[in-house]
Design a protein around this ligand. Structure first.
Ligand code: FES
Length: 565
């Protein structure tokens, strides 16, 4: 017998709704308000990281309601559920930040758990902050059923005394305060006006990096990353998702058809072109593993080598994500890159069309009338800003952000911080001086734990006017808002006895982005002697989320995944 459309579309949920052996499940579905006519409709899980405690996530439950309307209008049952969503901007140094990266995997685990356990036929994730997006995509890759990501949208910029502000302005104000360069009134004014309402941090920081590149990868609708959170286009996108999901179900298009080695390359190409966050390296390594695809740090370097950096966006540039919409959004940029042979056009996307077919509808970049995106013939930097460095300080790799503005070579004396918070005191006491290579260790995935971001230290360094005078290296990571001469993701991390654990104050360190080497200038014998005296520290946590994380997490060079042995 030929299957009807409905039998195909509800291939998971029919286990509960159609099988006679599941009367309790059917009774429960009637209890939530479903009627007999609904029982053979496909069921779509709508995962929201909505949470009223931070701007990145505060509006997502509202957007989920629009998504549900679109799902219902397309003769399916939409069921909203929540997962956690912490904000990196509110994690208060190492203590809260320890939970940030682990939250990516908790989000992935919880979306996987609900969708698989409740037999949903498809999943739509409405997500906002840095880790929420890779978390959602990792779950989708594991689940292998039709899936679409909706980005909550970027925040609008704030204003104070005629200056545009964003979240990094608030961090940098602290450094200005240390340096005595800002009045108390202006300090308060910056903090009260940096963020005007809902949305993810407004530069090409991690959230906007992941949103733009996931759109380029094909897992969200065109313009999903370009509409600000409060733009009317965001609501329209949410209402359109139901029709898009229906098409994916009808054609049985799942993430394995969309997330491929080539579409990962498209995503990373957009990251490089726009000067995106170093966190993208971590997250795409993890997404690839969830999809069962081979992707390494060296692949990321190769994409960086061939992709000019052309987006003059914050943190290193002038413009905000909201400005991109005025020049045609991410589709116009991707179309330009495609036209120049840097994007694979034959990858399938959640529209059911290929990248090239979607881009046929995008506008062209007008290089005569905009200054946000540079032409490839005159880039900000001829290759990507994300550089993978090796060397005797990072034998299994590290990730640097070299935009070209800070130069490509730095040599200086080590100033070691055993904990991220020490640098704030050192700055306040004037102990960090021009020429120092500040080493922040014990901040790796296990040692931190959770690989904390160095936004506070780097912003304070910038605010203190030392941004182009010192370098900062760490086994932790950097916020997408970071700029300056920084190297993170150093592996092996200090907790595992990596060479970063052996650095002493005053050691000479060289960061050379030309040879891609991170070098500690001590002899092999000295290195071996220091290693023989090294003892692994006790884990900072043995119980709870962080205790589990320390036991499970893989190295930053492997994406900090937690679901592989
Ligand atoms: Fe959530 Fe920046 S802290 S997007």
């Amino acid at each position: 017998m030929q299957e009807t459309e409905t039998q195909v579309l509800n291939k998971y949920s029919r286990t509960l709704t159609q099988e006679v052996t599941n009367p309790a499940a059917q009774a429960m579905l009637y209890a939530i308000g479903m009627k007999e006519k609904d029982m053979d409709k496909p069921q779509i899980g709508i995962a929201s990281t909505g949470y009223e405690g931070n701007p990145c996530n505060m509006h997502l439950n509202g957007l989920s309601v629009y998504v549900k309307q679109g799902v219902t209008a397309n003769n399916m049952v939409g069921l909203i559920f929540n997962t956690i969503g912490v904000s990196d901007g509110m994690t208060n140094g190492n203590d809260g930040m320890r939970y940030s990266l682990p939250s990516r995997d908790l989000i992935a685990d919880s979306i996987e758990s609900v969708v698989a356990a409740q037999w949903y036929d498809g999943v739509i994730a409405v997500v906002g902050c840095d880790k929420n997006m890779p978390g959602a995509i990792m779950a989708m890759a594991r689940l292998e059923r039709p899936a679409i990501m909706v980005y909550g949208g970027t925040i609008r910029s704030g204003h104070y005394k005629g200056k545009k502000l964003d979240i990094v302005s608030a961090f940098e104000a602290l450094g200005q305060k240390f340096a005595g360069n800002i009045s108390d009134e202006d300090y308060k004014g910056v903090i009260q006006n940096s963020i005007p309402g809902p949305g993810a941090c407004g530069g090409m920081y991690t959230a906007n990096t992941m949103a733009a590149s996931i759109e380029a990868m094909g897992m969200s609708l065109p313009f999903s990353s370009s509409y600000p959170a409060t733009h009317e286009g965001k609501q329209e996108e949410c209402k359109k998702i139901g029709a898009a999901m229906k098409l994916l179900l009808e054609r049985d298009i799942t993430p394995k058809d969309i997330i491929t080695k080539k579409s990962l390359e498209n995503a990373l190409t957009v990251v490089m072109a726009l000067g995106g966050s170093t966190n993208a390296a971590l997250h795409y390594l993890a997404i690839a593993r969830s999809a069962g695809l081979p992707l390494t740090l060296d692949d990321i370097q190769e994409i960086s080598n061939r992709t000019p950096f052309i987006g003059d966006l914050k943190p290193s540039g002038k413009y905000y994500m909201e400005d991109l919409l005025e020049i045609g959004g991410v589709p116009a940029i991707t179309k330009y890159l495609y036209g120049e042979g840097l994007i694979h056009g034959d990858c399938l996307t959640v529209t059911g069309k290929t990248v090239a077919e979607n881009l046929a509808e995008a506008s062209d970049l007008d290089f005569d009338n905009q200054k946000i995106v540079f032409p490839l013939s005159n880039p900000i930097k001829p290759s990507g800003h994300i550089q993978v460095l090796y060397g005797n300080l990072a034998p299994t790799g590290s990730v640097a952000k070299i935009t070209g503005k800070e130069g490509t070579f730095f040599e200086g004396d080590a100033k070691v911080c055993e904990h991220e918070s020490e640098i704030i005191d050192m700055l306040a006491k004037g102990e960090i001086r021009e020429g120092h290579v500040v080493v922040i260790r014990n901040s790796g995935p296990k040692g931190g734990p959770g690989m904390s971001e160095m936004l506070k230290p780097t912003s304070a360094v910038m605010g203190a006017g030392l941004g182009d005078k010192i370098a900062l290296i760490t086994d932790g990571r950097f916020s997408g808002g970071t700029h300056g001469f920084v190297v993170g993701h150093i592996t092996p991390e200090a907790f595992d006895g990596g060479p970063i654990a052996l650095v002493k104050d005053g050691d000479k360190i060289t960061i050379d982005a030309n040879t891609r080497q991170l070098t500690l200038h001590i002899s092999d014998e000295e290195m071996a002697a220091r290693k023989s005296n090294w003892k692994q520290p006790a884990p900072r946590f043995t119980k709870g989320v962080l205790g589990k994380y320390i036991r499970q997490v893989k190295s930053a060079s492997e994406g900090c995944v937690t679901d592989e042995s």
